[in-house]
Ligand binder design. Structure first.
Ligand code: FAD
Ligand code: SF4
Ligand code: SF4
Ligand code: SF4
Ligand code: SF4
Length: 414
């Protein structure tokens, strides 16, 4: 029997899943088992869309279709919980779902749960360790300019041993060190470089390839059992013969720990570099005001932020931000930044999807780290209430939960 806290190697028993899975297919086998056993009503995972740069979210209810989602897509930058809520849970709030999550997705799950956007009791979170994702347009540019290869001829990409590796239709492989690519302005998204949630222990299971050595390398997944729910689901899948496992060897655990530590150090380096580029005090404020002055008020940052959830957004109130003004003025950003500052999880959506290429995530991550140092609130790790949550009176909290409006105190008339 496996228990919370166990570290093991695991792989799918089904040979087709093993073959198609990234490292032995334990995630795919787990999702399929959860559907077959009716532990969940559906699974939500990514599958390859038109090409390897296109990670398409899929809601699957037929166990035989789960295999379509096997494999890792490093250009899949979508924030899973926000999409899941918009496209599925808003219409079917009681659906029980098995969801595959990266670190940022797992953190968003917690922050959205605190805001009554997701009921974690209905979710089984299967986490993937995550060294980072590459924006699809960047991947194409990088493959063309740095690898000298036509991006349309690439059939598989992977990140292994610090390299971004591509495989072309003729079976040839080519890899370049991620450090080298990033020094030259290519590579992972900025928020991924700064991210330290490399092993998503907020999920029920955290699965990855770090630390898998010997004859199991590439054929098994290193699984950390992070919750009682994860242990229960895994035990059932093993008992049903869907998954095989063995304890992870000490050497494998040591290697995994070292790689995670090295990734944290690298993230610290990027944080220092990125945050220092904004300076301090007035200089920082002026830099932020200059950057945000390009805004075209498309609301993509609001729409895609896991912390933004209000049915009536303050940035749309004409007494705060004049209607029709483009650019909307700094008050627009000040409102959003202030509302999100305590809970930003550095998921990168507000930056990646900004048509004006404003470094929203970099700004917000930087400001959040200052707020975190001041109040000690760390978002995305547990269900502890956010700093701003404490500002609300119980009565106001009740109204907020039932109406979704952020107008905590009715000081302005409509
Ligand atoms: P499979 O059975 O192949 O299942 C993989 C699951 O991941 C599928 O359900 C699929 O839908 C889902 N998935 C694929 N791409 C995405 C995506 N972009 N976003 C959300 N879900 C997705 N492991 C490490 O140890 N170190 C790393 O640095 C690392 N980086 C990773 C980066 C990314 C973007 C991803 C997706 C995975 C990463 N992994 C990393 C995990 C590793 O690649 C395997 O997913 C893991 O070992 C499980 O293998 P498996 O055969 O059991 O998974
Ligand atoms: Fe992975 Fe972290 Fe980037 Fe999310 S923010 S895709 S968890 S590296
Ligand atoms: Fe993600 Fe941006 Fe929201 Fe932070 S502010 S949680 S980076 S979308
Ligand atoms: Fe986000 Fe604030 Fe708008 Fe709510 S009111 S959606 S927190 S910017
Ligand atoms: Fe402005 Fe960019 Fe936000 Fe659109 S996504 S409203 S352009 S900051």
């Amino acid at each position: 029997m496996v228990a919370k806290g166990d570290l093991l190697y695991a792989w799918a028993k089904d040979s087709a899943i093993q073959e198609k899975g990234e490292t032995g297919g334990v995630i795919t086998a787990m999702l399929k088992y959860m559907l077959e056993s009716k532990m969940v009503d559906a699974v939500y995972a990514m599958k390859k869309g038109v090409d390897i740069y296109d990670a398409e979210p899929a809601l699957i209810t037929d166990p035989k279709d789960v295999i379509q989602t096997a494999g890792s897509l490093h250009c899949g930058t979508l924030l899973v919980p926000k999409q899941l809520t918009k496209c599925v849970l808003n219409a079917a709030p009681d659906m029980k779902i098995g969801v595959v999550v990266k670190g940022c997705d797992a953190m968003a799950m917690y922050e959205m749960a605190k805001r009554n956007q997701i009921n974690l009791d209905n979710i089984v979170m299967i986490g993937v360790n995550c060294g980072g994702t590459v924006k699809p347009t960047m991947a194409r540019k990088m493959i063309k300019e740095k690898f000298g290869v036509d991006p349309d001829t690439v059939v598989k990409e992977e990140i292994d041993k610090g390299q971004f590796i591509i495989q072309t239709a003729d079976g040839k492989h080519k890899g370049i060190s991620i450090d080298e690519l990033e020094e030259q302005g290519y590579g992972r998204r900025g928020n991924c470089r700064r991210c330290k949630t490399k092993v998503p222990r907020q999920a029920d299971l955290a699965c990855g390839n770090w630390g898998v050595i010997g004859d199991k390398a590439g054929k098994a997944t290193f699984v950390e059992v992070c919750s009682e729910k994860g242990a229960m689901a895994l035990n059932k899948a093993i008992a049903a013969g869907a998954i095989e496992s063995q304890p992870a060897p000490d050497k494998g655990k040591e290697i995994r720990g070292k790689v995670e530590g090295a990734m944290h150090k690298l993230a610290d380096k990027w944080r220092e570099k990125d945050f220092n580029s904004y300076g301090n005090g007035t200089e920082r404020l002026q830099a932020i005001m200059k950057d945000t002055s390009r805004c075209i008020r498309c609301y993509a940052c609001v729409e895609n932020c896991p912390i933004c959830y209000c049915t009536e957004c303050s940035t749309k109130k004409p007494y705060f931000v004049p209607s029709g003004a483009i650019p909307p003025g700094f008050m627009f950003h000040l409102i959003r930044f202030t509302h999100v500052a305590d809970s930003c999880i550095n998921c990168g959506q507000c930056e990646e999807l900004c048509p004006a290429e404003i470094d929203n995530a970099k700004i917000m991550h930087m400001v959040h780290k200052d707020v975190e140092a001041m109040f000690g609130y760390v978002p995305g790790v547990d269900m502890k209430l956010q700093v701003l949550g404490f500002a609300e009176e119980p009565e106001e909290r009740k109204r907020l939960a039932s109406t979704g409006t952020d107008q905590i105190f009715k000081i302005f008339k409509e």
